[in-house]
Design a protein around this ligand. Sequence first.
Ligand code: FMN
Length: 377
Amino acid sequence: MSTNTLVPTATDTETAGQESPLFRPARLGALRLANRLVMAPMTRNRASATGVPEPIMATYYAQRASAGLIIAEATTPNAVGATYPHIPAIHDESHVAGWRRVTDAVRAAGGQMFLQLQHGGRVGHPETSGHHPLAPSPVPLPGTIVTPSGHRENVVPREMTEQEIHATVADFAAAARRAVDAGFAGVEVHAANGYLLHQFLSRHTNHRTDGYGGSVANRVRLTVEVVRAVAEAIGAERVGVRIAPGVTANAMTEDDVDEVYPALLRELDGLRPAYLHVVFADPDQPLFRTLRQAWSGTLIANPALPWPGPLPADGGRAAAERLLAAGADLISLGRSFLANPDLVTRLRTGAPLNPVREAHLMYVGGETGYTDYPTLD
Ligand SMILES: Cc1cc2nc3c(=O)[nH]c(=O)nc-3n(C[C@H](O)[C@H](O)[C@H](O)COP(=O)(O)O)c2cc1C
């Protein structure tokens, strides 16, 4: 029972019933979330060739507005950071206007949104962005990358100068201001999945000898500077950070996650961001428990579901509940939201879930596999 016995909290009321903690309301900074289910950021390549969100994106996100929070897909804060064709951007007024259509539609449907800010670093190509990719060091992404004219060999990225690093920090802050102008409740700084900030964290992609490379303290510096600059621009309670310790996406290798991530969290925790978002969180891993202890704020956990491959029949609900029991505050799900606009209702009622279909259309334009997944009604 709450200390004020006259006014039971939402938690008190719902503990009395049998409902899963997943469906309890929660606070996130100034926001009140209707439930603890967060739609994970998912790149869907439905923006215009210049990164302007298209009207179909408003339909897609509004369909999923019953999530406690939507984190909109990776969006580039500057031109050189663009990764793939038709990913959205947020560095000029046309992008702000396009995103405003999306946030208006989601708000009208009762939802709340953050926007993920992603600089690709070495994950990008001149044919896509019009710029030579910049990265901590000239270490190319192996293999090929999709461009507007098909798959191309990755190029060797150019090592960023310190001046370019400082300009990048400023670009993240400016993008965050634009995101707020566009109606987002906040932004998520993408330091996961092998993109620029993650490339700085790993000594396999970061061979620098200046203040941004070498020691753990130096490798975490850029992520900390970006989060600090974004927090100064829009307020720490509007900033989240996504990390993926040890995740091998985009050919990442990390062999010192037990040093890097606690060090990163020591720095970030003092900035009091709205949340930390951990990809492929596993409550049985000691690192998850370490991160939970090191983080005093809200922790969003993205369960480690089979990847690739079919989702579990419960859409990740059991894994989500285990993570909540292990100390996560909110749970993000990706593919289950992709295929089920009314995922919250389906999980709450135990209704069957739509499987992901036409996976090859995940990253291709159009309605098919995007806005045409059926709801229960
Ligand atoms: C189509 C697709 C696009 C994705 N794009 C992003 C992205 O833009 N940013 C990001 O941080 N993660 C991205 N992810 C990863 C998801 O956010 C999530 O971590 C992953 O799908 C695992 O969660 P799930 O098992 O619930 O799908 C993407 C995943 C999918 C399936």
